[in-house]
Design a protein around this ligand. Structure first.
Ligand SMILES: Cc1ncc(COP(=O)(O)O)c(C=O)c1O
Ligand SMILES: Nc1c(O)cccc1C(=O)C[C@H](N)C(=O)O
Length: 409
């Protein structure tokens, strides 16, 4: 980075004063009170595991003691367990720009990637034999895509998102893309790439793991065909909370799941020997939902009440700008390189700083209460969740980072 040398106490005092003012002016500041945050810790890992919303422990305790303990099997109907995948889907829908009836919650992101990709190539039909997959993606996307095409008989073409328009053609059936790159934090052009995929007559599948809850997505507005995302990052659902699957309403009649379990049957308790698909988003279900995690997620989604996603995006950009400014002021020139694009329209809600010392540095930052993560071979990752991270947190993280960099190995 183009760092200026740290100029001592004056710099720190000025940056702290700015942080204090920005926190005082922050319209999302009160939302932080909806979370239990670890004491004296700057938590910059919400892009891996979101913090704990305060409403979750009591809700879970009641589900266990009353719904499971006292009501038992009756809770599938009396406590609304059976409909929970669709009900929780309706809570996520507005956060990703989806109208009602298109989002269902259940299974992991990996499993939903498989369903979505196979369903997309089936929608494309005969005569199209290629699937493009984002080669910079989180590894599971590539593994799943490879396994999916082995079953469907398509040819997998790994490409960088920027190369997609040049690689599309009459043979393309579907394209699997990441909205925000998990390593670099680069935000890809979802509207533009989706339009290009459609122009080629193909189907666009988006992985929203690093954008759902971090920025407006606009699934309906941009014509996305299918999308998946996890709920344990910016949606704060807890470790292993179930993922979501979006199937555009226009495609639901032809949606052909490769995993048609009994939960997506039109009449699940009819126990029929043959399968008849349920209507709507329910067709994306497979087997018995993970009720404890699903209901923890439902309680966690309460933190979004009254929260405007445009304010979340504005704060995310302000926080990441401010963190970069602090790093620039505190850290000696040449010791870190930001691999996250500077342009706002290309930035998600995390920053990735490159240094050959990254692997050794991150444990030291964590020991000093600044929790980010390390991604091989040389990336320090800092996630900024606008619902609970403040500007004073950003200043402290940058200052501790500079101190640890200065301390040598
Ligand atoms: C982009 C992306 N896709 C998928 C996953 C993981 O999927 P799963 O929920 O199946 O572990 C992650 C992170 O774990 C991710 O960052
Ligand atoms: N899903 C995770 C897990 O089960 C354990 C630890 C981390 C994760 C993550 O989410 C990693 C994350 N997708 C990443 O961007 O690196």
């Amino acid at each position: 980075m183009s760092a200026r040398p740290a100029s001592g106490n004056d710099t720190a005092a000025a940056l702290r004063a700015t942080a204090h003012r920005l926190d005082a002016e922050d319209p999302l500041r009160p939302v932080r009170e909806r979370f239990t945050l670890p004491e004296d810790v700057v938590y910059l890992d919400g892009n891996s595991l979101g913090a704990l919303p305060k409403a979750v422990p009591d809700r879970l305790a009641r589900v266990v003691a009353h719904e499971w303990g006292a009501l038992g099997i009756r809770s599938w109907t009396e406590s609304g367990w059976w409909e929970a995948p669709e009900r929780v889907g309706e809570l996520i829908a507005p956060l990703v720009g989806a109208g009602p009836g298109q989002v269902v919650v259940g299974d992991s992101t990996s499993v939903n990637l498989f369903k979505a990709l196979v369903a997309a190539v089936r929608l494309a039909g005969e005569g199209r034999d290629e699937v493009l997959v984002d080669s910079s993606s989180f590894p599971t996307d590539g593994y799943i895509a490879e396994a999916a095409v082995r079953l469907t008989g398509h040819r997998l073409v790994p490409v960088l998102p920027a190369e997609v328009p040049g690689r599309l053609g009459p043979r393309t059936a579907a394209v699997l893309l990441n909205h925000v790159d998990y390593r670099t934090g680069r935000l890809h052009d979802l509207p533009g790439l989706t339009a290009a995929v459609h122009e080629a007559g193909a189907y666009a599948v988006w992985d929203l793991c690093h954008s759902a809850g971090a920025l407006p997505v606009g699934l309906d507005a941009h014509g996305v065909d299918l999308a998946v995302g996890c709920t344990y990052k910016y949606l704060n659902g807890g470790p292993g909370s179930p993922a979501f699957l979006y199937v555009r309403a226009a495609h639901q009649a032809a949606f052909d799941s490769p995993l048609p379990g009994w939960n997506s049957h039109a009449e699940p308790f009819g126990m029929r020997p043959s399968y008849t698909r349920a209507e709507g988003a329910t067709a994306g279900r497979v087997g018995t939902p993970d009720i404890l995690s699903l209901l923890a997620l439902e309680a966690a989604l309460g933190v979004w009440e009254g929260v405007d996603l445009a304010a979340v995006r504005a704060k995310s950009l302000a926080l990441t700008d401010f963190f970069l400014e602090c790093v620039d002021r505190y850290v000696p020139a040449g010791s870190l390189e930001s691999v996250t694009p500077a342009a706002h329209e290309e930035r998600g809600s995390q920053l990735a700083l490159r240094t050959p010392r990254a692997a050794a540095l991150m444990p030291r930052l964590i020991a000093r209460g600044v929790v980010g993560d390390f991604r091989p071979p040389d990336i320090l990752r800092f996630g900024f969740t606008p619902l609970y991270v403040g500007f004073a947190d950003a200043e402290r993280a940058a200052r501790v980072l500079a101190e640890e960099l200065g301390a040598g190995d």
